[in-house]
Design a protein around this ligand. Structure first.
Ligand code: AMP
Length: 416
């Protein structure tokens, strides 16, 4: 039988890497606590229509990247390709808005998109993200961006990172802008790709996101959205910038920045890293003031972002080699089968006292076990042989100092 391997675009996180994942997750939990955000965990799969309605039929994600299937009862289900829609669904379903006028939530977890795999782009990947519901004010935008900034700072990534900021205005402004953009593109429409021509009808803003050079040229001189801002849009965006300046968070305005999902309004932003290759987006987000209503909830303004955890780890790896030794205190060696009940009981007592203990379970020679103990990074090795079993003692060796002593088993915990 041919060997069974993991599916293209998915990765095993091996023990030497998982320690870095745990560290990153710890930073995320800790920074979210500092900002008053609480964790939410939603299911891995949802009804397909949750994503078609929120992310948008014409987006890459919905049109070609979702893992969907018909369930036995005929319903269409999908592995979540992003988490904002799921969090909004949960927010509405559990009436979270009734419990508190503002809800600050965060999540961590795997997502699934059938993209072409490459470095930094996978079919199963992980995002950390936050969502703040209830406030339409610019200080909420500034807080969300500051939280992202704080995480990247604590990770040590900020020096290689750039914050791109834009506003795509509220829905009033956007419909006028869409018309102006279409008027600008229409005379040359046939020179655009099939995808852009389709987007021309469904979501012309997405054409600005083109990666094709000839299309970028065709877009030179296109109208810019800020010319169509309402007074409130302008005041909102100016305030966001003022607050970021007050917090010493540098940003660059990028009027061409658009996001790959349909639900955004007003402030949108992206953090990119020069420590990454072609896939340089670390984190992206924005305001989505209509989404809760679109999905059947009461009108509720909201803003959030999502960060790719693999990309953060790739960026970290390129600036420092992270260590991977687990924090082991004791390596236990039992040389006699008869001694196993005592050995296992001592290990258990040591763990109850808060020590990290591993007992060798391969029954090899003492030489082989000591070699393993040295490799393990443990501070001490405990050896239980025939003599020690008979005299209720145990040998303790300090692996750093190389010193060794014999102790009564009953005084072991106290001694360690
Ligand atoms: P998005 O949900 O598309 O706005 O993406 C938010 C972040 O998730 C991006 O900035 C990336 O860091 C990360 N990301 C998106 N797609 C992938 C993918 N296929 N593989 C790995 N990371 C991804």
């Amino acid at each position: 039988m041919s060997q069974i391997r993991s599916i293209k675009g998915t990765h095993d996180i091996l023990p030497k890497e998982s320690i870095n994942w745990q560290r990153l997750e710890q930073i995320m939990h800790q920074v979210c606590r500092q900002f008053g955000y609480r964790e939410i965990r939603t299911p891995i799969f949802e009804e397909t229509r949750l994503f078609t309605r929120s992310v948008g039929e014409e987006t890459d994600i919905v049109s070609k990247e979702m893992y969907s299937w018909e369930d036995k009862d005929g319903s269409s289900l999908t592995l979540r390709p992003e988490l904002t829609a799921s969090v909004v669904r949960s927010y509405i379903q559990h009436n979270l808005g009734n419990h508190a006028p503002s809800q600050r939530l965060y999540y961590l977890g795997p997502l699934f998109r059938r993209e072409r795999p490459q470095k930094g782009r996978q079919r199963q990947f992980h995002q950390f993200g936050v969502e703040a519901f209830g406030s339409l004010h610019p200080e909420q935008d500034a807080e969300i961006i500051a939280l992202a900034w704080h995480i990247l700072s604590v990770c040590g990534l900020i020096a290689n990172t750039k914050l791109h900021l834009n506003s795509i205005g509220s829905s009033d402004c956007r419909s006028a802008y869409k018309d102006a953009l279409k008027d600008f593109i229409r005379p040359n429409l046939m020179q655009f790709s099939e995808t852009s021509q389709r987007r021309f009808e469904t979501n012309p803003l997405r054409i600005l996101d083109t990666k094709a050079d000839h299309e970028k040229k065709l877009l030179n001189g296109a109208p810019i959205v800020s010319d169509y801002f309402t007074d409130d849009d302008k005041i909102h965006f100016d305030s966001v910038q003022q607050f970021l300046n007050a917090m010493d968070i540098p940003f660059s305005l990028n009027p061409k920045l658009v996001r790959g999902l349909d639900y955004y309004s007003r402030t949108i932003f992206e953090f990119s890293s020069s420590a990454l290759g072609a896939q340089d987006a670390l984190l992206g987000g924005g305001r989505y003031d209509q989404l809760v209503e679109t999905l059947g909830g009461k009108p509720t303004p909201a803003i959030g972002f999502a960060a790719g955890m693999e990309r953060i780890l790739i960026a970290l790896e390129s600036i420092e080699k992270t260590k991977s030794d687990p924090n082991l205190d004791i390596y236990f060696i039992c040389l006699e089968d008869d001694g196993l009940p005592v050995a296992l009981s001592l290990c258990q007592q040591l763990r109850n006292a808060g020590r990290n203990v591993v007992m060798d379970s391969l029954r090899r020679s003492i030489k082989a076990q000591l070699r393993e103990a040295n490799k393990s990074g443990a501070g001490h090795v405990l050896i239980l042989g025939n003599d020690e079993i008979e005299s209720n003692t145990i040998i303790m060796k300090d692996l750093k100092k190389g010193e060794q002593m014999t102790l009564q088993q009953s005084s072991l915990i106290e001694k360690l």
